[in-house]
Design a protein around this ligand. Structure first.
Ligand code: DGJ
Length: 335
């Protein structure tokens, strides 16, 4: 019954939406999201970039069929941020650093360098070396490159940025194209690093915020920078928080919850803030993961447009919604 009601509402909205939306497709936060093959999208802890009129979504591929000795990142493409075509398992990584069983490749993010014409993927590479105990001890950035956006990426190296531990990473490309990595450094807080000219290393630590946040994400909106991150609770959700600043270098404001604290970010964890600047409106999408640690292949996505501006932001409760890329206008299906 609920399904038919949603379908009915979708048809009504389709009729109301007019020509701007054509055939409207809804984004359903938390629902299973299928690609063009009818398979659940595998792009967890991911990031989206736009090249021309096409969006590319990269993330952890945790398909059950994957070889358990390898780690995978996949790429999907879309023109509307809603319907996604599977492109390729762009990175299939063997245990390149001699880590013990259970090593991880997490939160892959891809940058395009217009000068070298290379696609550069960063990811969190972790595990423990032989003889060590514990988990997540390696704490390094992994780098892989490719000549095409969805080709087969080649592993290049791993390193600690400017010598610092690096676990969760986030990607931020400023309006002028400058590329930054947000990196969680357990002893110190989180860093905002500017990448080097060739994008293959970190050039500068733009800011160290002495607060502990994972899933770090930044957007530049209305003359301010907004950061969102999650507390450190493993795979369990928590109330994600935000701060804002006039400059990436800070000072950053106090941190505040992005939604009522008791909701634990509606069970999700931040991964990216993505801006769609259309002809009528600029929308910032909160992109997050709903993790299922015991069934990672079935982890879900939580994408919702934020209410943002004047130094404040607010994550509305999840409902199906749609976006018109050219105008930037969104519509949330009211309950
Ligand atoms: C939270 C991080 O955000 C995830 O990427 C992952 O590293 C889990 N912790 C592991 O517990």
């Amino acid at each position: 019954m609920k399904y038919f009601l949603i379908l009915f509402c979708e048809i009504c909205l389709a009729l109301m939406a007019g020509k701007g939306f054509g055939q409207p497709q809804f984004i359903h936060p938390g629902a299973r999201w299928l690609d063009d093959r009818g398979l659940p999208i595998q792009a967890h802890g991911g990031g989206v970039i736009q090249l021309g009129d096409t969006f590319y979504w990269f993330g952890e591929d945790r398909s059950r069929e994957n070889d358990p000795t390898k780690r995978y990142a996949s790429c999907y493409s879309s023109r509307d941020l809603t319907q996604w075509r599977f492109c390729n398992q762009v990175l299939v990584l063997t245990n390149v650093e001699n880590l013990q069983l259970g090593w991880v490749l997490e939160r892959p993010k891809v940058f395009y360098n217009p000068v070298t014409k290379k696609y550069v993927m960063y990811f969190h590479l972790d595990g423990v070396l032989p003889g060590e105990k514990g988990s997540y001890k390696f704490a390094r950035l992994g780098v892989a490159t490719c000549d095409s956006v969805d080709g087969n990426y080649t592993y290049l190296k791993s390193f600690r940025p400017l010598g610092h531990e690096s676990r969760d990473i986030g990607q931020f490309i400023d309006d002028d194209g400058t590329p930054y990595l947000i990196s969680e450094d357990r002893p110190n807080g989180f860093h905002i690093y500017k990448l080097s000219d060739d994008y293959l290393s970190v050039a500068r630590d733009v800011c160290l915020v002495p607060r502990h946040f994972e899933g770090g994400a930044i957007v530049h909106y209305g003359g301010l920078y907004y950061f969102i991150g999650s507390h450190l609770t493993g795979w369990n959700p928590n109330p994600n928080q935000y701060a804002q600043a006039k400059s990436l270098a800070g000072p950053w404001s106090d941190f505040k919850d992005i939604a009522p604290e008791s909701n634990d970010t509606f069970g999700s964890q931040s991964t990216m803030l993505f801006k769609v600047a259309g002809t009528r409106s600029t929308t910032v999408i909160f992109m997050a993961d709903i993790w299922k640690p015991r069934a990672q292949w079935d982890s879900r996505y939580f994408w919702m447009p934020l209410e943002i501006g004047g130094g404040k932001l607010y994550l509305p409760p999840p409902h199906p919604w749609l976006i018109d890329i050219s105008s930037g206008v969104t519509k949330i299906l009211s309950p």
